[in-house]
Ligand binder design. Sequence first.
Ligand code: ADP
Ligand code: ZN
Length: 729
Amino acid sequence: MGISKTFLPGQRIAVMLPLPLPGPYDYLVPEGLAVEAGAFVRVPLGRRDEVGVVWGPGTDTVAPAKLREVRGRLPAPPLPEISRRFVEWVGDYCLAPTGAVLKMAMSVTAALEPPRPMVAYRAAAVQDASARLTPARRRVLELVTGTPPLPAADLSREAGVSPSVIRGMADAGLLEAVATCRSPAPPEPDWRRPGPSLSRAQHEAAQDLAAKVVDGFSVTLLEGVTGSGKTEVYFEAIAAALQKGRQVLVLLPEIALSAQWLERFARRFGAPPAEWHSDLSAGQRRDTWRAVAEGAARVVVGARSALFLPYPDLGLIVVDEEHDSSFKQEDGTIYHARDMAVVRGRLGEHPVVLASATPSLETQANVQAGRYRRLHLPDRHAGAAMPGVAAVDMRRNGPPRRSWLSPPLLAALEETLAAGEQAMLFLNRRGYAPLTLCRGCGMRLQCPNCTAWLVEHRLLGRLQCHHCGHQARLPSLCPSCGAADSFAACGPGVERLYEEVAARFPDARCAIMASDTVASPAAAAELVRRMEARELDLLVGTQIVAKGHHFPLLTLVGVIDADLGLAGGDLRAAERTYQLLAQVAGRAGRSEHPGRVLLQTYQPDHPVMQALVSGDAERFYAEEAAGRRAAGMPPFGKLAALIVSGADAARVDAVARRLARSAPRLPGVTVLGPAPAPLAMLRGRHRVRLLLRAERRVNVQATLRGWLSTAEIPGGVRLQVDVDPYGFL
Ligand code: ADP
Ligand code: ZN
């Protein structure tokens, strides 16, 4: 990065505010202040003050007399140039106002303010020999000897003494209080610690990745079956980046559920990484943001928003489970964290590693086109075999009514439990039953705000809408026909499956794992620990059980409804179902005990089931790719969705029709719609969709900008743009 320009008093500067404005606003640098590009400054806006970022020299034409002055500069490191360019790039690509993207990069305003002073303690220079030294006091004294002053809270936690002991020692003249503004620096992961000895294939892949670390921008797909050691391999790339003194970002889906990953990291590097996700407290967010900005946080592991932290010296990004659809942010600024990670790598001129057992078609197409490199780990670690996968044809071998376990799956469960091994049952549906209807009149309980059924959650004792969170009690009388006690639960959710399992296997120790039954990351970690420690025999869960866990004794995986993800049939339904089921299946037989997987399906001939049973992923992907290519769909064509929504259906329709009339008529571009969205009503808003499909050569952003520049969106109607859509609801 070049020396950034300093702006002096009297100069006009452009300040980007974290608001959805069309661009930066100009201000004057006042007497006595000098600011450089990237500095966080407080500026007046209307009658308020806002904090923004110095974006560059002023450009607009406001008369100098009308220009307002910057009020002051905040005591935080400036937002690095690469971060600023990244914010602009994301805004341009996603058609979002730059300020809205900037907001994600300065989400923790408290981190910009002067740190609150706090009291820290060190050993008093002159120790009063007459003071009483209890064992607790001795422990505290040992801790403060030879280190910088420690905050009282840290001291009492690490010494295992109450805060009153610390205060007592200060009163007795054993400790000396000093005011400090800093939280202690996070512990540094140590790249010098030895990793496990790698297999030959692992070693070669690790060497290759490590060599890329100082080699500028590159994207490498690290592909390997579940359990092949991809994590161990990219840990070596992390070690190499740390050795070069660079920061590292690892993006994981569901970081809050990744206790095993965090433990592995801490074992490998002797210190935990900095975490970034929505479960952090305000204080943790402030400290972490600041530690990243100051370069003290060396490795960050986070959810997609961690991309927008102000790294001064990022040298490597790893996106684990790169195919996972949770990397797509669906509200606010809509972006795909995997794709934006690649952009961040290009701007920062450092490598990006995409790891997956089942890479997305997008990434595979990029490998085939030579844009990304590929490293392959063909085998599971330590000779563990891939699990045998078989389909249970539910048309012939299905369970009796109101039961969800087919005879072959029941038999397999019995065998597994009798052998003292563990089993996992997977059903990607939260709650007790997806649909509740009146036996008298057939009325279905619907969300009042959404085109969706209410899902019964028996453990919570209520009905819930999975789209807007609306909650209700099960009514005692049918609101439509007035019948009493007439409601029937239709179909299974994990809670209902659990009920059946508990009744069939009363001696088995069972647990349920779904995002709403597991209250916190700690509770999830506890379930994982119990499974590892063999305190559980059977785990019933939704897709959160599929995420990366390693349970050596788990030998049977049963998929209750393998067809579930295929319904609805969006563009990626088959691909996503394959990826999810391959990941679930990959939990079985990861150690010396061989594993098996049973897929309950009504479509055993479906290409997804065939691919899982035969293990022939390549054929499946090739056919999937051929279909997409023929249809001009991603990754061989481009898509962008427009979603028009509002409380007033007529207004929404009018806007959508106007948009359709003014749609671009360009070669290689087709606009489909308007059509009511499958979720035609969401949170009380009517929704209509248009879809733009374009050939790869088309500049979709320019096309959209041209189209939308003429759009008139009246109050109460909202237009959302989703470039590269993944969700089609
Ligand atoms: P993947 O990420 O490809 O699913 P992991 O990296 O999680 O695979 O490895 C699967 C399991 O095998 C983990 O418990 C890991 O610690 C272990 N493992 C992988 N490679 C090695 C190795 N070279 N030495 C020791 N253990 C290994
Ligand atoms: Zn709802």
